[in-house]
Design a protein around this ligand. Structure first.
Ligand code: DHE
Length: 519
């Protein structure tokens, strides 16, 4: 209804004298055909933002096809009947190019976008369902921008609701597992109540967001943005904005690569994309001088104080040799293991001393949240698939040497396991063998089984149930599915049709920081 009113208003405005686009060209065509849904400023309205960062890796040919044919099951119509091929190609090039002036998103814009769906007093006192609240899965279905809440014992859906356009990255939970937090590429952050199965609140914290993190005490949500270049801190209860920290360094401003909570440190850690630095943001009201703007200086070989920030949200900066695109922590959270996607080496940064302590032979660490760790022969090892090669690297986390490079059927995105199983599961979704899941024995580092859940269809992203007895594999297709496997027999036990279920997140494993999954 809302969409129809906006479209009708847009059509009306276009008919008013003096308001119809005066000139020809893609900007005028954008104003005439796209602005009503995607915003005159391209920041999005009922449709998503049409800016290069938000459109991700969309190729010009895909943009042309989408404008010509529309997007099925959404309100995006096709324009092939109204625009010529050349006009559509011009329009595609226009939305894939940055605007002449970088769009702004102020604290006032953010505050104006804040929506409370369920007031705190109206939240359910206890779960309205009979499922184990800690064994729920939140499944992000990218095919039609929905989220399914799944009972992890019966594998029956408890709820299915529309999400913001293009959710990306891991769903995060409050420490008690009651609230689920989502981020969309367009900067929308949402909180959902898993007791009452209702949305609680939403806010648009930026124009383009990398990811979000929830503090260990559950009080704050950190939003890492690439546009504008900010870190936004929200009240986790209802997403009220608390503080916007511009990501500005003496070397210039930077986009956020990713932000994560570091529970034992009572802080958020974020990596910057354009400046070689890691930042640590205190989530402790009493944070002392350790957060006082210390920067490690390689030239001077010492830690020097460059400012005196203390207390909640104090910022500590750590300088690096090269920026990190991806990182994760060792189980103690003393070390950050990261790499730039183009760099040939991984780096280990010790957060206590505030500097790089080792390099890892890890060419182009792949997608974030891809790695896992376990104990092998008395020592902790980590493993991650390669984005650009048919291999999984297993690294000793004490001396950072490569224990083994396991050859796989092809490059993949993710690797997952669970404390209760001796096996790790990995995909080859970036290769011609994208329909396979390979199972590695964590004790022998050998591949012991290859599953093909749906021949010819992409299989990726595995997540385990709370007890580790079942593994859920995604079939990444619009008419996709979640396939549930028994992790001892590797037999399929259930198949649920879903619309491109890109990721699924188990409440227990995430909130208990299982070594077999991302956090
Ligand atoms: Fe992701 C997580 C970055 C493309 C699906 N991805 C993340 C995270 C980051 C990231 C920073 C960690 C968020 C978190 O959990 O807090 N992703 C990037 C990229 O830089 C990249 C390569 C390019 C881009 O477009 O941004 C990229 N990612 C993709 C995809 O194309 C995927 C496959 C489909 C999609 O939905 O866009 C994709 N990303 C995912 C998923 C996770 C994720 C499913 C969560 C993994 C998990 O288990 O935690």
């Amino acid at each position: 209804m809302h969409a129809r009113i906006i479209l009708a208003m847009a059509a009306l405005i276009a008919l008013l004298p003096g308001t119809a686009p005066a000139q020809e060209g893609p900007a005028a065509r954008y104003a005439e055909h796209c602005a009503a849904c995607h915003g005159g400023d391209r920041l999005g309205a009922i449709g998503p933002a049409l800016l290069p960062d938000n459109l991700g890796r969309m190729k010009p040919a895909d943009a042309v096809a989408l404008i010509a044919g529309g997007r099925p099951a959404t309100q995006m119509p096709g324009f092939a009947d109204r625009l010529s091929g050349a006009e559509i190609a011009d329009l595609a090039a226009y939305v894939l190019a940055p605007p002449a002036q970088e769009p702004a998103w102020t604290d006032a814009d953010m505050a104006a976008s804040h929506i409370i769906h369920t007031a705190p007093a109206a939240l359910a006192a206890r779960p309205v369902h009979k499922a184990d609240p800690l064994n729920l899965f939140t499944v992000v279905e990218a095919g039609d921008h929905h989220v399914t809440i799944l009972d992890g014992d019966s594998f029956e859906p408890l709820a299915r609701f529309p999400s913001r356009f293009a959710l990306h990255g891991g769903v995060k939970y409050s420490p008690d597992g009651r609230f689920a937090y989502f981020a969309s590429r367009d900067g929308w952050v949402s909180v959902y109540d898993l007791y009452g199965l209702v949305p609680v609140a939403e806010i648009r914290a930026g124009i383009n967001t990398r990811n979000i993190a929830v503090s260990a005490d559950g009080r704050f949500v950190a939003v890492g943005n690439t546009l504008p270049r900010t870190l936004v801190l929200l009240d986790a209860r209802d997403l009220t904005p608390l503080k916007t920290i511009p990501v500005v360094t003496p070397k210039g401003s930077a986009r956020v690569s990713a932000v994560y909570a570091a529970p034992p440190r009572k802080s958020f850690i974020l990596a910057l994309k354009d400046v070689p630095e890691i930042w640590e943001i205190a989530t402790d009201d009493k944070a002392g001088p350790a957060y006082g703007g210390f920067v490690h200086s390689y030239e001077k070989g010492m830690v020097e104080a460059v400012g005196a920030q203390q207390g909640l949200f104090a910022v500590r900066r750590i300088e690096l040799d090269e920026p990190l695109d991806d990182f994760f922590f060792d189980p103690s959270y003393a070390n950050v293991i990261g790499a730039s996607r183009d760099g040939g080496k991984g780096q280990v940064v010790n957060l206590t001393v505030g500097r790089k302590i080792a390099e890892i032979d890890l060419p182009g660490m792949p997608h974030l949240g891809s790695g896992i760790s376990w104990i092998l022969d008395g020592r902790r090892v980590m493993a991650t698939p390669h984005l650009k090669g048919a291999a999984v690297s297993v690294i000793d986390m004490k001396d950072w040497t490569t224990v083994k490079r396991i050859d796989t059927l092809g490059p993949g995105f993710f690797m997952r396991s669970h404390e209760a199983t001796p096996y790790a599961w990995t995909d080859a979704s970036l290769s011609p063998r994208r329909d396979t899941i390979e199972i590695i024995d964590k004790r022998t580092l050998e591949i012991v089984r290859t599953l093909v859940p749906s021949p010819g269809k992409t299989a990726s992203h595995v997540e385990f149930t709370r007890d580790g007895r079942h593994a859920l594999v995604s079939i990444w297709e619009d008419d996709g599915a979640l396939v549930v496997y028994d992790t001892a027999s590797f037999e399929e036990v259930k198949r649920l049709p879903m619309r491109k279920p890109v990721g699924k997140y188990n409440v227990f494993n995430k909130t208990r920081y299982s070594e077999g999954t991302s956090h």
